[in-house]
Design a protein around this ligand. Structure first.
Ligand SMILES: O=C(O)[C@H](CS(=O)(=O)O)OP(=O)(O)O
Ligand SMILES: [Mg+2]
Length: 224
């Protein structure tokens, strides 16, 4: 298996292989906890206007996301795993806008199979990739300059049998990442340290999250 690690909002084309877009702080940690709470699907969108327009089509949908890490006016949730874990999202569609993870996901085609992942479901993602027996895997660290998504990519690479780092190293690099520091600073009530506690966890079981091309690009939890 060829494993390539890329970084930023423009994943390299991978028409015959598996692409994984990674966002540890916080988009796909938030997504993981939305599915754990029973959300049925997540529809990624590029901006708030697109989110409000899509909700016209799905009036029961809930809106989650951020601009500059802060909640968006008129959205029910920030891009926060803790907020989502406290809410009742069972059976609901989420429409999500975030700066890095969602943007890179919207740009990830062409690829034969597309996953989104965070550290919390790195192991489940690696298992789901292995089942597909791909010749090539592209692991995309969606933050263009941060270290947390690169660390997760290196951990998934290790789990796939390539070179990489341990779970403990990935956790430490998440906690020490530049993007994490504003959550520890206590300068805004919606930037909570608990979001980083939730992002800096690895679950041995968990579930993978796959992106399907339905009417809209749709993120779904795969059965464990
Ligand atoms: O809200 C987030 O956690 C980030 C923005 S930042 O890196 O913290 O400034 O968005 P995401 O798309 O989840 O990386
Ligand atoms: Mg991020």
């Amino acid at each position: 298996m060829i494993i390539q690690i890329a970084q930023g909002h423009q994943p390299p084309p991978n028409p015959d292989g598996v692409t994984v877009v990674i966002d540890v702080i916080r988009a796909f940690t938030t997504s993981f906890y939305a599915f754990r709470g029973g959300a049925s699907r997540i529809l990624p969108v590029p901006d708030p206007q697109a989110a409000f327009a899509l909700r016209e089509r799905y009036p029961d949908a809930l809106l989650a996301g951020e601009i500059d890490a802060l909640p968006i006016e008129g959205f029910q949730f920030g891009n926060s795993p803790w907020e989502i874990s406290q809410a009742n999202v069972r059976g609901r569609t989420l429409i999500m806008r975030t700066t890095n993870g969602v943007t890179a996901t919207l740009n990830a085609r062409p690829c034969a199979a597309l996953f989104v992942a965070a550290l919390v479901n790195a192991a489940a993602t690696a298992r789901a990739i292995k089942k597909l027996v791909p010749e090539k895997v592209v692991l995309v660290a969606s933050h263009p300059t941060g270290d947390e998504d690169v660390a997760c990519a290196e951990y998934i690479s290790h789990l796939l049998g390539g070179s990489g780092i341990t779970q403990d190293e990935a956790i430490a690099r998440t906690r020490n990442a530049r993007a994490a520091q504003k959550f520890y600073a206590g300068t805004h009530p919606r930037l909570r340290a608990v979001d980083i506690d939730m992002a800096a966890q690895c679950e041995a079981e968990g579930f993978a999250m796959r992106v399907a091309d339905d009417d809209e690009l749709t993120i779904q939890a795969l059965p464990a």
